[in-house]
Design a protein around this ligand. Structure first.
Ligand SMILES: Nc1ccn([C@@H]2O[C@H](COP(=O)(O)OP(=O)(O)OP(=O)(O)O)[C@@H](O)[C@H]2O)c(=O)n1
Length: 449
């Protein structure tokens, strides 16, 4: 097929320099796939018949980074942008299902393409020669299929991360996974235990960041997901004997993620784990079923999962807090909302309302409108509080620690408690937020004490 696309000047310059020195060179992998799809590649990988030492000699006037010489990769910096140039290679044995024990350089491009994971990632392109596509990646792009190059089981045994990459690409690109490839993913799923948690983390994030529907994919791949999040096992097929739920816990969780259309990762992760502890705390009662303290249990489980998957502390703290409170009763009045704002902060409270809204959208339609209206009212009241710059933190008070010291309080921990008590009075409309009134109140407390 005669495919032509434009390349950045820097990339053309690299290819030209390699060609002028007698070597073959192509752009390869994800950037070719993205160009064909009309997407903007986030980087350009180049493969060439030149060995790393030869590449370094050709680019000696550029900034060169020895990225992975034993794997044949050299990075050239042009205009502060990195370009990886990798020598055509054949991978040796993979004893750890992660990376080859050794690689052999080759002069044959097709050998290099044959070691790659999926047909859509195994194409090369040269501005004059056009597309080099021995494994029919273009056909799979046109038919929206993720298919392994060659024998799927071999590809996954070489690098088990590819099992998650297949899932991720099928979500990102909205492609179907070919049946033979999918069967091999299932058969080799246990190899995921060889993959580092950091790489699993990165793939999971990419799946969620794609902002595409995940439920169908996560449902089909549930046994794969349970290899690295076994806590989901109890959620599969766990029916919720409760009129607000039409789905089992796992389905509900996935629909909740899909119901949120923003791109805040903390919200997405909270939705993904918000009910993960439900099966563990289910008890029958006269109304059918009850999930006693499921916010606490789900939050604890999410904490374990996120730690295990090497998420950062800020994400872990935020997500576990959102899960803890996702089902809390929040009355729709200024006083209650200001207390929440004081307790968890403005950004986090907004997230909490988003989590609750997505949760409702993923439940049955029983009372749905009423329940959504209530969340809308909470959003509306929040906006009022913020736009009117109402007081809900100690720093919004018209008095500070020095004012209290001047009024007779001793320096120390007590000051914080008094300021908090004053804030509680302001939030409850029992005191006005002005210096005179607040100091009068504070002095009364000293006298009473
Ligand atoms: N486990 C892997 C990782 C990568 N590759 C090959 O190396 C290329 C570059 O990999 P990478 O940059 O990780 O992924 P991209 O395909 O470029 O996609 P993205 O950057 O969107 O992750 C891939 O296209 C694929 O040909 C592979 O065969 N097996």
């Amino acid at each position: 097929m005669n495919i032509k696309f434009d390349l950045p000047e820097e990339v053309k310059e690299i290819l030209k320099l390699l060609n002028n020195n007698g070597y073959e060179a192509y752009i390869v992998g994800g950037c070719v796939r993205d160009k064909i799809l009309g997407l903007c590649p986030h980087d350009y990988d180049i493969c060439a018949s030149a060995k790393p030492s030869e590449v370094m000699e050709i680019f000696k006037n550029f900034r060169v980074i020895e990225t992975g010489l034993q794997h044949g990769t050299v990075t050239i910096m042009i205009n502060h942008q990195p370009y990886e140039i990798t020598t055509f290679r054949i991978d040796g044995k993979y004893s750890d299902n992660r990376r080859p024990d050794n690689v052999d350089f080759t002069l044959n491009l097709e050998d290099d393409l044959s070691r790659r994971d999926f047909t859509v990632n195994a194409m090369a392109y040269h501005p004059e020669m056009g597309l080099i596509d021995p494994f029919h990646g273009i056909f799979d792009i046109q038919n929206k299929i993720i298919r392994c190059v060659g024998t799927p089981a071999c590809r996954f045994q070489e690098d088990a991360l590819r099992i998650l990459r297949a899932m991720r690409f099928s979500i990102q690109l909205e492609f179907k996974i070919d049946e033979l490839t999918f069967d091999a993913m299932l058969e080799n799923k246990s190899l995921i235990s060889d993959v580092s948690k950091e790489r699993i983390n990165a793939e999971l994030l990419k799946m969620l960041e794609a902002n595409k529907s995940i439920s169908e994919h996560f449902y089909r791949c549930k046994e794969i997901i349970s290899e690295f999040i076994p806590e989901f096992n109890s959620c599969f097929d766990f029916k919720q004997n409760n009129p607000f739920h039409i789905y089992d816990v796992y389905h509900h969780i996935l629909h909740a993620v899909d119901s949120y259309s923003g791109n805040d990762m903390k919200i997405k992760l909270s939705l993904l784990f918000h009910d993960i502890g439900k099966p563990a705390c289910y008890s029958e009662d006269e109304n059918g079923g009850h999930f006693y303290k499921h916010g606490i249990i789900s939050s604890d489980k999410a904490n374990e999962i996120l730690k295990r998957l090497r998420f950062d502390n800020d994400t872990i703290n935020s997500v576990t807090e959102l899960i803890l409170y996702h089902d809390a009763v929040i009355k729709d009045n200024h006083k209650t909302i200001k207390r929440w704002l004081n307790k968890i902060g403005e950004e986090q409270f907004k997230r909490l309302l988003e989590v609750r809204t997505a949760d409702i959208l993923a439940q049955s339609d029983l009372d749905r409108e009423t329940r959504l209206e209530k969340q809308h009212r909470l959003f509306g009241l929040l906006e009022e509080i913020l736009s009117e710059e109402q007081c809900f933190t100690i720093k919004d008070l018209d008095v500070n620690g020095s004012d209290l010291i001047n009024a007779g309080y001793k320096e120390g921990r007590q000051l914080g408690a008094v300021l908090q008590r004053l804030l509680d009075c302001v939030i409850a409309n029992e005191a006005e937020n002005n210096k005179e009134a607040l100091l009068r109140l504070a002095k009364e407390w000293i006298i009473k004490a």
